[in-house]
Design a protein around this ligand. Structure first.
Ligand SMILES: CC(C)(COP(=O)(O)OP(=O)(O)OC[C@H]1O[C@@H](n2cnc3c(N)ncnc32)[C@H](O)[C@@H]1OP(=O)(O)O)[C@@H](O)C(=O)NCCC(=O)NCCS
Length: 166
């Protein structure tokens, strides 16, 4: 039901088809998993079709080995009018030792859209616990930092004469 489930966990094995040239899991594959978990969480929360608008602070902390058990954990930490911000952690478990390692962390921002692709409002989420308030503050802090990054990128785009979004 929209506005109730704020969390999604994907759990699966890293497969030989996920490999990069160095024999570990491809970074692009990890980003695809994050995007899919963010999408599932966003559609579950909003009850609408959603698209990814931004991924903030992505950091590949540790490689994932083929055969690791991968958990992609996405949790809603902030809602705007049409946007939903999800904290996303990718954990890899070495099945033989049972050791879990954080491999990737980021904040994914998804927007609910109508059939024409225009943003539409989502159910709002109010943090209740101290942990949730800290997560919402974290999302806000990243948004503030993103403003500076966006200005730098706009300057670069202008200088490089890149095509503008329409
Ligand atoms: C996402 C999209 C629908 C937004 O449309 P738009 O006309 O730019 O809409 P807005 O400027 O009103 O932004 C919509 C929301 O996104 C948020 N947003 C926009 N850029 C953002 C960024 N860089 N970081 C975080 N949030 C951002 C806005 O703050 C707004 O949130 P709010 O309503 O909660 O305040 C449009 O840019 C789009 O279609 N992008 C391509 C999406 C895509 O193809 N994704 C990859 C495949 S799924």
């Amino acid at each position: 039901m929209p506005g109730t489930d704020r969390e999604v966990k994907f759990c699966f094995l890293a497969q030989p088809t996920d490999v990069n040239f160095g024999g570990k899991v491809h970074g692009g594959m990890v980003m695809k998993w994050i995007d899919q978990a963010g999408y599932a969480c966003a559609v579950g929360w909003s009850g609408k079709y959603c698209v990814t608008v931004a991924v903030g602070g992505i950091r590949f902390v540790h490689p994932i080995m083929i055969g690791n058990m991968v958990t992609v954990h996405c949790q809603l930490i902030y809602t705007g009018t049409t946007s939903m911000h999800f904290c996303c952690d990718v954990i890899a478990r070495d099945l033989e030792s049972g050791v879990d390692t954080l491999t990737t962390h980021c904040v994914v921002v998804m927007v609910a859209t109508d059939e024409a692709g225009k943003p539409i409002p989502v159910p709002s989420w109010t943090p209740q616990t101290d942990d949730d308030k800290a997560l919402a503050a974290y999302a806000q802090k990243l948004m503030d930092l993103d403003q500076n990054i966006a200005q730098e990128i706009a300057r670069y785009r202008d200088a490089a004469h890149l095509p503008q979004a329409t």
